[in-house]
Ligand binder design. Structure first.
Ligand code: EPU
Length: 429
């Protein structure tokens, strides 16, 4: 599937955020911890949630969809093995905890690296082992067992990994005794998972210094939960408002989820007004260059550097993006250069403790401003795909973007929603 995009239209109007992909998928898996029905509202109808529903159904979940509300119930675990879906998303590894809690055994496929890096799961496995899981790794799968159930433990994560923190939470909430997770990730999507688990009956304490304490309970119930709005969508739309010199009200955007991004936006010449029900974005004046480094929350998120890079191609001066979360997340800049950008990617960086220094092309220097022109582009991965679409929307002339299924994995009906703001986008088979 392709998008044909004609750029240079200022995008104006109101757009409502969908529910967060990276919360919705985890909540589906978390619901399996209980045999009762959970209801998820503000559920995003995107490729990744469809894949995750498929995963849950394979394990025995009964799922009903009614618009953006999904009800999910897993009265019995029909299978402890995730066979299919091997490389379609990275969610199967999170099913280990719920399957061990309910059946004492689990087998999930090995998820390999992808277009943004190697993406190992060693930190996940280490945490599960500390909780009492025995894990054997074969070429194609991780096989885990805990015949007597999992037990509480002291876990210190080597890196505050989002997925490993979620895995440790999902595995410890029903474990016997107390668990402490140190150096935990604290992304808003993790807070949404914690809220969901707490409503289900979990006892989860948030301490200072990235510490999460869990008192294991013996049973969790089904609950109703409204999924948090997608902050990555918010950033994409904010950048579109400023890059196209438009004016967009992003309904449901939450300031608290975007603090670092909002500061960066103001530094580069964007402006915004925080309202009760969302945030309005527009351009304040000439765009200025800046330097950012991606980081774990509350730092500048890795999923925000791609849209920011587009904006920086239009800013005056030399900007810099230092990617410290994924080793290979700047590949999309090649396509921007084809469109007229002037971006140099290097392995060097000034970060004294940077684990990628000298090893991976993880630092981009963007010399602006450079007008962009339309091009034929192939979507490499989800966030880069949205960056391609953003670039096409500010470029002179027509672009053809292929492989938009990847964008559909994370953005609900993006073409239709952007058309309401005045974008010229056609979806073609
Ligand atoms: N890492 C390890 N070992 C592990 C786990 C992670 O070395 O066991 C490394 C990774 O290779 C990576 C870094 O730690 O270099 C960060 O990985 P993390 O586990 O924090 O990320 P994730 O859980 O795999 C989630 C989101 C990503 C988002 C990151 C960072 C989901 C499904 N994915 O990934 O979102 O970029 O957190 O916030 O929640 C996206 O939505 O397109 C996306 C990639």
């Amino acid at each position: 599937m392709n998008f044909i995009v004609r750029g240079k239209q200022p995008l104006k109007g109101e757009i409502k955020l969908a529910g967060a992909k990276n919360a919705a998928t985890k909540l589906l898996v978390a619901s399996i911890l209980s045999d009762e029905t959970s209801i998820l509202e503000n559920f995003p109808l995107i490729g990744d949630t469809a894949i995750t529903i498929g995963l849950c159904e394979e394990l025995g979940s009964e799922v009903l969809k009614d618009g953006n509300t999904v009800s999910i119930k897993t009265p019995v675990i029909k299978s402890t093995e995730v066979r299919s879906l091997t490389r379609r998303n990275r969610l199967p590894i999170l099913a280990l905890g719920p399957l061990l809690a309910r059946k004492g055994m689990a087998e999930v496929p090995v998820v390999g690296g992808d277009k943004i890096g190697a993406r190992p799961v060693d930190i996940h496995l280490e945490a599960l082992k500390l909780l009492g899981a025995e894990i054997t790794v074969s070429e194609n799968s991780y096989k885990a067992s805990a015949p007597n159930g999992l037990h509480g433990s002291e876990i210190t994560l080597r890196f505050p990994s989002v997925g490993a923190t979620e895995n440790a939470l999902l595995a410890s909430v029903l474990a016997k005794g107390k668990t402490v997770i140190r150096n935990a990730a604290l992304e808003p999507e993790i807070m949404d998972l914690i809220k969901f688990l707490q409503k289900m009956g979990g006892i989860i304490e948030l301490g200072a210094d990235r510490i999460i304490r869990i008192d294991g309970v013996s049973h969790l119930r089904g609950v109703k939960h409204r999924i948090m709005p997608d902050r990555n969508e918010a950033v994409s739309f904010a950048v579109l408002a400023i890059a196209t010199d438009g004016d967009i009200f992003v309904k449901d955007a939450i300031q608290e989820h975007l603090i670092t991004f909002l500061n960066t936006l103001r530094r580069v010449g964007g402006d915004y007004e925080v309202r009760d029900d969302g945030i309005r974005f527009w351009r304040a004046g000439k765009l200025k260059s800046t330097k950012i480094e991606t980081d774990t929350h509350p730092g500048f998120m890795t999923d925000w550097q791609q849209p920011l890079a587009i904006l920086l191609t239009q800013a005056d001066g030399l900007s810099e993006i230092h990617e410290t979360i994924y080793e290979d997340r700047l590949g999309y800049t090649k396509d921007l250069n084809l469109m007229g950008a002037n971006i140099k990617v290097t392995k060097d960086c000034l970060g004294s403790n940077c684990r990628f220094a000298g090893k991976f092309p993880h630092r981009a220097e963007i010399q602006g401003p450079t007008p962009l022109r339309g091009a034929r582009l192939e979507v490499p991965d989800l966030r880069a795909g949205m960056a391609h679409l953003t670039a096409a929307l500010i470029a002179e002339g027509e672009s053809e973007i292929s492989g938009v299924e990847e964008i559909d994995r994370g953005y609900e009906r993006i073409d239709e929603r952007l058309k309401y703001l005045g974008a010229s986008i056609k979806r073609v088979e």
